[in-house]
Design a protein around this ligand. Structure first.
Ligand code: FE2
Length: 507
């Protein structure tokens, strides 16, 4: 190819990029967001491109590099000494307004003026970097218009992770009908503090138990603490709620991402799918078309090994309802099928510690007003009871990790049920505390047969996170910390049982 033809092609690519980016910007302005001038390209798209990159673990522990860029093309990834172009997962688009959890007048189209890219990192990779100066690639394309992004070193999976940081329910609540959270006040919405404190623990892995996005409706004019916050389900709200405040923790280690109810299709499902879901991209799972919600709101479970002797089994309960399911309900069949798949994943590793994680508490408690509590999610428990009786979980699950209730809870059972932690105190408005003393007659399966008996319970409604450290012989130590790193309790775990140094109300 002659130099002249190459230059002409380069000009065409560049012109298309300018035109498309300008159209995206016009689109964004037309629907009322953004404070840049109509028709002008966004500042960050030209002259200073923006790049966010992180690593997630998917099925079988496959490490997946993800990148979000304001450029139209995907960045390069350097994997040890090989250089690859990342694959496109989802390009810039504005998705027409769909039915959401809010009234139509309180919703808007979802604007994604960014490109999401991905790359499966081979096992054993020692160094991986995304971005940096581009050069003419082997295909003869010159991407020099796209060369301004800064190189980012990616955290890679350890073969035998020793330390896991666990957090959940991290976003800033902007929702009509709920108390408005002061997103611009680090004391009121402390995710950035939590992420920085947790990153100082130098985890090998981070587990987020779901609910990343909370900025659903526009901050009213008479509420001071959230003025100017992005809202709705597009990139700007995702960036403000997760990617910017959690940047230090995203850079610290690979993440396992659990899907919360805030990420179901009628809420932030679109961003969940293009940014966080670890499965290959399929248009029917994007949550863009409500006709496909019955597919996109359910995902098969998968397992990520944690070394040779443990695995985390990730279960999607994002769309679960709050009352018992009848066997005739399609959701019943979906969840029962997923439970059977969990059983297969556990049976495939009979000697490993199998840790279950989903967003909604199951064999755990949430506070009600006064001295009463409620048990786990009745919809999922009804399917679990119908499938596995009073064991509830598939055989071989020894530990369960959840979020959804905005506090910390550690429970050990005298019956043969997995020790359970609820770690939903990662930034959103906190729930009230569990009653202290804890009611002696409470069972997390009280809506069923009350077959599950509490031996020990500890909890607090304080912002924070948990650090789990591997010991010998299947032992793990779970330490609960406040957002500033004050230790609340230390819980030793082995063989489906946990015992904490401090019990009851932690303070
Ligand atoms: Fe939740």
């Amino acid at each position: 190819m002659s130099r002249l033809v190459k230059r002409a092609l380069k000009l065409v690519v560049w012109a298309a990029a300018v035109l498309t980016t300008a159209l995206v910007a016009i689109d964004a302005n037309a629907s009322g967001s953004g404070n840049h001038k109509r028709g002008a390209p966004r500042d960050e798209s030209f002259g200073r491109s923006h790049l966010t990159a992180w690593v997630e673990l998917g099925s079988n522990g496959q490490a997946i590099a993800r990148a979000i860029t304001t450029d139209l093309g995907c960045p390069f990834i350097n994997v040890d000494h090989a250089r690859h172009r990342m694959s496109l997962r989802a390009g810039p688009e504005t998705i027409p307004q769909r039915p959401t959890a809010s009234n139509p007048e309180d919703s808007k189209p979802s604007e994604f003026p960014v490109t999401t890219c991905e790359f499966a990192i081979p096992e054993g990779t020692r160094v991986a970097k995304v971005g940096g100066e581009d050069e003419e690639d082997e295909g003869g394309h010159d991407w020099s218009w796209n060369r301004r992004s800064r190189e980012q070193l990616l955290p890679l999976p350890k073969p035998n992770p020793q330390r896991i940081v666990i957090l959940g329910d991290t976003g800033c609540r902007l929702k009509i009908g709920d108390p408005w959270q002061a997103c611009s006040d680090i004391e009121d919405w402390p995710l950035e503090t939590i992420a920085k404190t947790a990153a100082r623990f130098k985890p090998d892995l981070v587990l987020h138990v779901g609910d990343y996005h909370y900025r659903e409706n526009q901050c009213p004019p008479d509420i001071g603490g959230c003025q100017g916050s992005p809202w709705g389900y597009g990139w700007d709200a995702w960036e403000a709620d997760l990617f910017r405040p959690a940047a230090k923790l995203l850079a610290a280690a690979p993440w396992i991402m659990v899907r919360g109810n805030h990420e179901e299709c009628a809420r932030a499902g679109q961003g969940w799918y293009r940014f966080l879901d670890t499965r290959p991209y399929e248009s029917e799972r994007t949550c863009n078309d409500p006709a496909n919600d019955a597919i996109a709101n359910y995902n098969d479970p998968y397992a990520a090994p944690i070394g040779n002797d443990a695995q985390i089994v990730v279960f999607d309960s994002s769309k679960v309802t709050t009352s018992k399911l009848l066997p005739t309900d399609p959701a019943f069949a979906n969840y029962q099928d997923e439970l059977h798949k969990v059983a297969d994943l556990v049976a495939a590793k009979p000697d490993a510690l199998s840790i279950w994680t989903n967003h909604h508490p199951l064999l755990a408690f949430s506070p009600l007003t006064g001295t009463t509590v409620t048990g786990g999610n009745p919809a999922l428990l009804s399917v679990m009871y119908a499938t596995y009786g009073t064991a509830y979980y598939p055989p071989g699950i020894s530990l369960a990790l959840h979020g959804h209730t905005h506090f910390l809870e550690a429970v050990n059972y005298s019956t043969n049920h997995p020790a359970t932690f609820v770690i939903g105190n990662g930034g959103d408005n906190l729930s009230i505390n569990l009653p202290d003393p804890f009611p002696a007659d409470a069972h997390p399966d009280g809506d069923f047969t009350s077959a599950v008996d509490v031996e020990e319970i500890a909890g607090t409604s304080t912002f924070g996170f948990v650090v789990a450290d591997r010991g010998d012989g299947g032992r793990w130590t779970f330490r609960a910390y406040t957002r500033h790193g004050k230790l609340l309790t230390t819980c030793e775990f082995v063989s489906a049982k946990t015992s904490c140094s401090e019990l009851g109300f932690l303070h």
